[in-house]
Write a protein of this length. Structure first.
Lengths: 667, 265
């Protein structure tokens, strides 16, 4: 007969206001197998915990039920208390009589009765529980960082500086990401590349960082501490060991009219190219889709002019596998294109551009060498209109969220314009100015007060072309919705920040949850902002939600600390709530017949094969399923699928759950 | 000697296989025949009257031993071999299938060959079964429930349906699990229904449609209607034919990222 202790918590008034806790304890004391039952104001407090510990020792309890709040809250607390008193921690169960009972019902006998029923269910379960031991899993102390923007760079550097190996993979030919495209950065107006490129070089030179550019994650298997990543190294058609980065090939390439991704289509690049002068690594790649050799089988000029014979046509994508212990997702974001907006011309007006395109115009490394010249005719615009919230905060457009960075960069753009075109006139249409951040509000005030940017609170209904001018029609809501019409030379849309291309696919590959906008979801919006729901996979930067550079860098460092913290453990301790295939003495060995239907049902690839061999002859008697304790997440899919019920869940066995449900259904 | 007998005898005398499982004429119809010597094969027959699914014997180690086996096969037996191999109960290449193509004897040693043959000869429901099934589907939910409860009333829980099924190869059946007792062990309409629902769910996507359960039932419950109906539902919902070994795992459990249903993403 089991000796179970029942401890009913009042949770101050949280439970006691609607549930008669004393009655619950008195009734529970009469249940079969219950040795001791009591109630107390705060079980989670020190005296409450001592109450449990003392009762375990005094009454030699072999099972404990704490009737209190959700096990999500204090299960670890009570399990630890039991453990300290010498009881196996998994012999302690929490009956949730707060969220499941007192908070959702009114005071009354029925409410108390429900609490009693919940306790009875857990008493039945705990009397069938078995002591379990935590699982220790080794950790591979090497991290994989996906994405080489500022988030990935910062996370890689922080992890590497903590003394751990890092593999950094980047989809594009160079690291740097969006930050390398920016001209100046708010709120200090320091040059983006000037502060970024030292970090890029540091990545390239760091002994702990292995950088793979033009590379994508093909597959990720395994689990926290023990991932196996398969990385696709896209063919660069270049032998990187031989290439000196002299650039002769890029000057000779005859295909020169390819819109440059780095310049947001405002400039051109060649088919063999280095995206920008400070690229890391500064070695070209051949864009197979535009190269004459790959498309038509002609040319091959780069191969002829290369002094070191580094051009290798016909190179195929190659694959490498790396064992890693943690993954940091830093795949960044993108902005909507102008063609998303029918009211602003569907992208057909050349002089309606996105904020990111304006960055390239304002950048010294850009197509106009930093002069603000409009794309259509290269003239310096005398009147410019900035439209904030283009797409953002617009449920009708399917983007109800605030893109966060636009208010600030629009102020910056207007300021840069005023600094470069002294007689120019700039107008910003805005919904609200969201400048919450250190020195942010001051920055916006400076744009308005010192640089004379004209801020109009209202939305722009329409932009259309007339006689070489862009007619911007909006309203000024601060002047009683007075219509405003501006004949502008150029319009800059602060288009919404959206999830990067392929984000959904990547999330599915990694089993990471994501929101309706395909931004990756954090494990908890407040308390676990850089973790995902998949253990061992962390988030950094704008792949989670639109973020500015300071927030991105902070998140990246946060993710890096999580990784370093994980790597500082000798091994990983996991709860033993996993599935297990039954074993029994010969000649049966196990009731598993080895149909391996569970193998196809398991979402975590945790089912392995175990051969039971004759000890003398070594002959295989039977092949049965075996659950890898490191991979298993305890979802129970295999348990429900096993026809012969040969797999069971530790801590939530069929027998335990059946007993609990039966007890709940009893009158 | 028929060509089939000659072939079987040759396999045995060459030592290619240690056992040929087939059919011979019995007093009241056909019966299984286990040939271990070449001369045993003389009485082998294979025709429309060979209805028992002898594929079920292939998972009995006490019969088969560890060597290669040949089995004379109707389409249902072939489906059984294919499905059992997909479920890792048979090793591809260890079972030689002898089938008839007109007068000629076909010898198939690999699952791919059998699958090709099966693809060319898809299962077709008999007119009788089609009529019964459409009659059943035309009933209202209550009427259908009452129909089955009436049928289940007759069940004596002898588990002949289980014993005859070539895919019920578990060492321990769920009805024998008593901790917890999932299915009530006594014979009563509801507990009988529980058993049959469980049996058919366990057959989802796996049933080879041989009808052995139905023929084995001593109280003539039309059990084939349950499995046929399930196979039809599987075909409709997942686009795959039950019991052809073509399903990657189990239709009810496997997930593909490119699933056509949007809700699952």
């Amino acid at each position: 007969m089991s000796k179970i202790g029942v401890f009913v918590c009042h949770c101050g008034e949280n439970i006691a206001a609607t549930v008669d806790c004393e009655k619950v304890a008195n009734t529970a004391a009469k249940f079969d197998g219950v040795e001791f039952a009591t109630d107390y104001k705060y079980m989670c407090s020190d005296p409450g915990q001592n109450l449990i510990k003392n009762a375990i020792k005094e009454h030699h309890l072999d099972g404990v039920v704490v009737a209190s709040c959700s096990p999500r809250m204090h299960e670890p607390t009570f399990r630890k208390a039991c453990s300290e008193a010498g009881l196996n921690p998994f012999m302690c169960e929490v009956a949730n009589i707060r969220e499941h009972c007192s908070w959702v019902h009114e005071k009354g006998d029925a409410t108390t009765q429900k609490a009693i029923d919940i306790v009875r269910g857990l008493v039945e379960k705990v009397s069938r529980d078995h002591p379990l031991e935590s699982i220790h899993v080794p950790i591979t102390k090497k991290a994989l960082v996906i994405g080489g923007g500022i988030a990935g760079i910062q996370a890689s550097l922080d992890i590497a500086n903590a003394g751990h190996k890092v593999i950094l993979i980047e989809r594009d030919p160079s690291i740097g990401g969006h930050m390398s495209q920016l001209s100046e950065t708010f709120p200090t107006l320091d040059c983006s590349q000037c502060i970024l490129t030292p970090r890029m070089v540091e990545v390239a030179q760091h002994p702990n960082i292995t950088l793979y550019t033009y590379a994508e994650l093909e597959k990720l298997e395994g689990f926290i501490g023990n991932f196996k990543a398969t990385i696709r190294l896209k063919a660069k058609s270049i032998d990187e060991d031989v290439c000196t980065g002299c650039g002769t090939c890029t000057t000779k390439c005859p295909t020169k009219k390819i819109p440059s991704e780095f310049n947001q289509g405002l400039g051109n690049r060649t088919a063999i190219y280095v995206p920008f002068p400070q690229a890391v690594p500064n070695k070209p790649v051949i864009d197979k889709d535009h190269c004459l050799h790959y498309q038509k089988g002609v040319c091959g000029l780069c191969e002829k002019v290369c002094p070191t014979h580094a051009i290798h046509f016909g190179q195929d994508d190659s694959f490498i596998t790396e064992d890693v212990g943690a993954v940091v997702l830093a795949t960044g974001f993108n902005v909507l294109n102008t063609d998303f907006f029918p009211e602003y011309g569907y992208g057909k007006y050349k002089d309606v551009i996105t904020g990111l395109q304006f960055e390239r115009l304002a950048s010294a490394s850009g197509p106009t060498s930093g002069e603000i010249r409009r794309p259509s005719d290269g003239k310096i615009p005398q009147k410019i209109v900035f439209i904030a919230c283009a797409g953002s905060r617009d449920p009708a457009k399917g983007i109800p969220y605030c893109s966060k960075i636009c208010c600030m960069y629009t102020a910056k753009h207007a300021m840069l314009y005023q600094h470069k075109v002294h007689d120019g006139e700039s107008t910003v249409f805005y919904m609200d100015i969201r400048a919450a951040g250190k020195n942010y509000e001051e920055f916006v005030r400076r744009a308005i007060e010192e640089d004379g940017v004209n801020y109009v609170r209202g939305r722009v209904a329409r932009v259309y072309e007339k006689d070489g001018k862009l007619i911007v029609k909006g309203v000024d809501t601060l002047l009683g919705a007075k219509p405003v019409e501006i004949e502008a030379d150029m319009v800059v849309l602060a288009t919404a920040g959206v999830a990067n291309a392929g984000a959904e696919e990547l999330a599915q590959k990694l089993h990471v949850s994501y929101d309706p906008y395909h931004f990756f979801a954090e494990a908890h919006p407040k308390l676990r902002p850089v973790e995902t729901n998949t253990a061992g996979i962390y988030l950094a930067g704008a792949c989670q939600a639109p973020k500015d550079i300071p927030d991105t860098v902070a998140a990246a460092s946060g993710a890096a600390v999580k990784v370093a913290g994980l790597f500082s453990q000798p091994d990983l301790v996991r709860e033993p709530i996993i599935a297990k295939v039954n074993r029994m003495p010969p000649p049966v060995f196990s009731t598993c017949v080895g149909c391996f239907m569970c193998e196809t049902a398991c979402p975590y690839n945790a089912i392995e094969r175990e051969e039971i061999k004759d000890r003398r002859s070594g002959k295989v008697i039977k092949t049965i399923a075996k659950v890898n304790p490191g991979l298993c997440q305890g979802c129970g899919t295999c348990v429900s699928f096993c026809r012969s019920k040969s797999i069971d869940m530790q801590g939530f066995s069929n027998e335990e759950m059946f007993a609990e449900v039966q007890a709940l259904l009893e009158d | 000697m028929s060509k089939l007998s000659e072939k079987a005898a040759a396999l045995l005398s060459e030592g290619t296989v240690g056992l040929v499982i087939g059919y011979e004429q019995g007093t009241h119809g056909t019966r299984p025949k286990f040939c271990r010597k070449a001369e045993d094969a003389a009485t082998l027959i294979l025709n429309d009257k060979c209805l028992n699914n002898i594929g079920g014997y292939l998972t009995k180690p006490e019969l088969i031993g560890s060597g290669k086996v040949a089995v004379t096969a109707t389409l249902a037996v072939m489906r059984t071999v294919v499905q059992l191999t997909a479920e890792h109960q048979l090793t591809d290449g260890n079972v030689i299938v002898l089938a008839l193509d007109g007068d000629e004897v076909l010898q198939m040693a690999s699952i791919d060959e059998i699958k090709k043959w099966l693809a060319a000869h898809p299962e077709d429901l008999s007119d009788e079964n089609k009529a019964l099934l459409s009659k059943l589907k035309a009933l209202s939910r209550e009427e259908r429930w009452n129909f089955w409860i009436n049928e289940m009333n007759k069940c004596i829980k002898c588990y002949a349906c289980r014993a005859s099924c070539p895919l019920c190869y578990c060492n321990r059946c769920i009805v024998e699990v008593n901790c917890p007792q999932w299915i009530k062990p006594w014979a009563a309409p509801l507990s009988n229904m529980e058993w049959q629902i469980n049996r058919v769910m366990h057959m989802a996507g796996r049933c080879v449609g041989c009808g052995a359960c139905d023929r084995a039932c001593p109280v003539h419950i039309p059990l084939r209607l349950l499995t046929i109906s399930m196979a039809g539902d599987i075909k409709e919902a997942f686009g795959v034919a039950s019991g052809t070994g073509n399903i990657d795992g189990n239709v009810l459990s496997s997930f593909k990222p490119d699933d056509k249903e949007n809700f699952i993403h």
